[in-house]
Design a protein around this ligand. Structure first.
Ligand code: SAM
Length: 213
């Protein structure tokens, strides 16, 4: 994701706490109050400019979505989309995924989406991959029992690494597609990266995995 310096982004985020939740730690264990209903909560880690979650929130009004994005200059684009669409079932958090367990308690979340996560191809950076075992533990500690991770990427190396990481962690591989756009999967909502890579002729890998607890 190309980072542009946007000095105004911080203010814009602070002015819209109804969309980019301020002090998210204060809602740990209580996220249904933020949405005003008991619908299930699905989060996307590394949400980027928000195309996927805006599409999902429109497609599934009975699911609450939360997008997690580290960079102000990127999340502000998702915020502008949200201001335009005014979706009641989508919130954004401008935080590092490493802090997820300060924000969500066990059973707060029903599903984690990881879309086109940074591949960190060098072995010495493996710990930064969002499918590394420490992240799988973080997700386990905020998901309901039997919660799921849904993962898409164009990167074959990251996909193979992640399938091994999921399997070694003891997750059940429920669904694996080696070419999502030629599969019979219905209701796919494209992310920005997915659109870019598939337009360039690259295949998209997808899997669904489930915690067995
Ligand atoms: N999911 C989007 C898509 O498919 O179009 C964006 C993909 S982009 C390659 C990865 C995004 O994850 C970037 O916006 C990056 O800033 C974000 N990201 C990476 N590591 C993160 C972390 N530790 N916490 C929160 N966001 C992170």
């Amino acid at each position: 994701m190309r980072l542009r310096n946007k000095p105004w982004a911080k203010d814009r985020i602070a002015e819209n706490p109804q969309y980019v939740v301020a002090n998210p730690e204060s809602h740990k264990g209580n996220w249904s109050k933020v949405f005003g209903n008991d619908n299930p909560i699905h989060i996307e880690v590394g949400t980027g400019k928000g195309q996927f979650l805006v599409g999902m929130a429109k497609q599934n009004p009975n699911v609450n979505y939360i997008g997690i994005e580290l960079f102000e200059s990127i999340i502000v684009v998702a915020l502008d989309r949200l201001i335009e669409e005014k979706l009641p079932n989508l919130k954004l958090l401008n935080v590092d995924a490493a802090t997820l367990n300060d924000i969500f308690g066990k059973n707060d979340v029903e599903r984690v989406y990881l879309n086109f996560s940074d591949p960190w191809p060098k072995n010495r950076h493996a710990k930064r991959r969002l499918t590394y075992k420490t992240f799988l533990k973080r997700y386990e500690d905020l998901l309901v029992d039997g919660g799921e991770i849904h993962f898409k990427t164009d990167n074959q190396g990251l996909f193979e690494y992640s399938l091994t990481s999921f399997s070694e962690y003891g997750l059940l591989l429920k669904y694996v597609s080696l070419d999502l756009h030629k599969s019979d999967f219905e209701g796919n909502v494209m992310t920005e990266y997915e659109e870019k890579f598939s337009n360039a002729g690259q295949r998209i890998y997808r899997c669904e995995v489930k915690y067995l607890n």
